[in-house]
Write a protein that binds this ligand. Structure first.
Ligand code: ADP
Length: 259
């Protein structure tokens, strides 16, 4: 087949022999392609009508239609939420089909200061937010995608930590390169959920995620962005005590800052 795919591996087989295994994965690849195209098309088609609905809801003045006032706020919030889900699905579709990123310098001092400000804006004084950053360490990659991945971890930490808790953002060298980590003293995650966190729409508690404005796609986006940068995500969590989400970057992704 012209677009056929084979999964080929060489296995040890007896003394000084190897077995060549070829597995035809074309049907699976095609199904996956159909799923991706479908999600991308649906999301794209929903974008315009949602923008129109959202625009009209913003125009409505609750004082003109007093009977509508109690529901207008809820309608606006829900249409904004739908818009966010559609945008996240479109981002995921793009990341899934993208094979590599266009490398640019990502100045970490500026990015970390922005992430801290975002955390403070979202927290509105409900948490203690600390930044511990190693100076002299920039990243190489897509500034926009890295910002969205690193900021997702910050917003999750704020959303899943009750008032009075602490959040620490760290950027430091590590044996394998450098690590960006966000620790919180929040709800934590039971061990049996950890392996599935980066699946689309996977949530430990749907109601808590919805209440705090989550789309259920944040960690999927993080995983895809990190894959494109040959980086990996690790999670350590203790229910009732808190979590640490860390992104591990290799030496090929690190740069000394420009003067
Ligand atoms: P959501 O929009 O639901 O937050 P994510 O993909 O960002 O979607 O996260 C998936 C799930 O992982 C969340 O619904 C939540 O249950 C759990 N989670 C993510 N970050 C944290 C955290 N810092 N503390 C506790 N639970 C978390």
């Amino acid at each position: 087949q012209p677009d056929g795919r084979l999964d080929v591996s060489l296995q040890p087989f007896g003394w000084r022999q190897r077995l060549l295994l070829a597995h035809d994965i074309s049907p699976l690849t095609r199904l996956e392609q159909i799923r991706r195209d479908f999600v991308a098309n649906v999301s794209h088609e929903l974008r315009t009508p949602l923008t129109v609905i959202h625009g009209y809801l913003e125009l409505l003045d609750p004082e003109d239609v007093p009977a509508l006032a109690p529901v207008l706020g809820e309608m606006r919030a829900q249409s904004k939420r739908m818009g966010q889900i559609v945008e996240d699905l479109l981002t995921l579709s793009r990341l899934e089909t993208q094979e590599h990123v266009v490398d640019e310098r990502v100045p970490m001092a500026g990015l970390l200061a922005t992430l801290r400000k975002e955390a403070e804006a979202l927290s509105q004084g409900r948490h203690r937010i600390t930044l511990e950053a190693t100076a002299g360490l920039d990243l190489l990659g897509s500034p926009k995608d890295l910002h969205s991945a690193l900021s997702n971890l910050v917003s999750n930490a704020v959303r899943y930590t009750p008032t009075g808790g602490s959040i620490t953002i760290r950027w430091q060298r590590s044996p394998e390169g450098a690590t960006y980590a966000v620790s919180d003293t929040g709800y934590g995650i039971p061990a049996n959920h950890l392996a599935r966190l980066t699946e689309r729409f996977y949530r430990v508690s749907s109601s808590r995620s919805r209440e705090t404005g989550g789309t259920g796609l944040g960690l999927s986006i993080v995983k895809h962005v990190l894959n494109l940068h040959q980086a990996r995500l690790s999670v350590e969590s203790t229910p009732g005590r808190g979590s640490t989400f860390a992104c591990h970057f290799g030496p090929e992704r690190l740069l000394a800052p420009e003067n």
